[in-house]
Ligand binder design. Structure first.
Ligand code: KIV
Length: 298
């Protein structure tokens, strides 16, 4: 059955945990779907993991559309949520709606995600009314890194915790089908999860959330520029990749790859003998065709 925003609601009602991972390409999307991951997020974290920026601020609508459509082609049953990049929804409700529509039409998302609480509720409301499922994102919101003063745990004071709860109520009221809780103390994330109807998806929010998400390069040990405390490495694919790259490099340099198994045979080897008459020695490196090679042809 195809996973949709509705599936999320049903899973929360049944007390089933929701698994999500970020995803940015077709091949990985297919692997995640085969593994039974409930939904994938084409996160603007691709600015860090795929494009090498120090933050997510430079990611464009075109980036999100290209990566979103690639992931969507790899998912037949898995819900694909596409992130709205920085400044694609903050300026006006109208612009937010147009851009959310593009992420659905051109990026092939089944839902969009945007960062912020009460301040972005007019946008959420307009999208929900237009039939666009919206995932909200509160707590640490990386697009506001300059306003927040860095990647810090949020909701630590009484006032901040109250604001977080109010934001969760606000996005639910505005029509969000789910909300990401990033980098907040685990007991607060559990409290918020119990307080609202829509499922919460935690990243650095502890075990009391209704679901979890991680950046896939983080959980596979492929991205080591910075490793947040909440990341568990479920495999060290980065190490496996480096070893494979080294082995390849060594085999190419030792001329042991490609071997016969990985090469194509010629139907008639004598063809090359006939082709010898066509050689132009002055075109070869060093002005002559390697005599040892020519001798081997006979
Ligand atoms: O962009 C992203 O990957 C995200 C997740 C960390 C929730 O927003």
């Amino acid at each position: 059955m195809k996973n949709t925003a509705v599936t999320f609601q049903e899973m929360k009602q049944k007390g089933e945990k929701i698994s999500m991972l970020t995803c940015y390409d077709y091949s990985t999307a297919k692997l995640m779907e085969a593994a039974g991951i409930n939904a994938v997020l084409v996160g603007d974290s691709l600015g860090n993991t795929m494009l090498g920026y120090p933050d997510t601020l430079s990611v464009t609508m075109e980036d999100m559309i290209t990566y979103g459509a690639a992931v969507a082609r790899g998912c037949s049953d898995t819900l694909v949520v596409v992130d709205m990049p920085f400044m694609s929804y903050q300026v006006s409700v109208e612009q937010a709606l147009i851009n959310a529509g593009r992420l659905m039409k051109e990026g092939r998302g089944g839902a969009v995600k945007l960062e912020g609480g009460a301040t972005v509720c007019p946008q959420i409301e307009a999208m929900a009314k237009a039939g666009i499922p919206v995932m909200a994102h509160i707590g640490l919101t990386p697009q506001s890194i300059n306003a927040l003063g860095g990647n810090k745990v949020q909701g630590k004071t009484q006032n901040a915790a109250k604001k977080l709860l109010e934001d969760a109520y606000a996005v639910q009221e505005a029509g969000a089908f789910s909300v990401v809780l990033e980098c907040i103390p685990a007991p607060l994330a559990e409290f918020v999860s119990k307080a609202i109807r829509i499922p919460t998806i935690g990243i650095g929010g502890g075990n009391g959330c209704d679901g979890q998400i991680l950046v896939y390069q983080d959980m596979l040990g492929m991205f080591t520029d910075f490793v947040p405390k909440f990341v568990k490495q479920f495999g060290n694919i980065g190490e496996l990749m480096t070893k494979a790259f080294k082995d390849y490099d060594a085999e190419v340099k030792a001329s042991t790859f490609p071997d016969e198994e990985h090469s194509f045979k010629m139907t008639d080897p004598d063809m090359l003998v006939a082709l010898k008459d066509e050689l132009r020695p002055e075109e070869a490196a060093g002005g002559e065709v390697d005599p040892e090679y020519l001798a081997r042809l006979y």
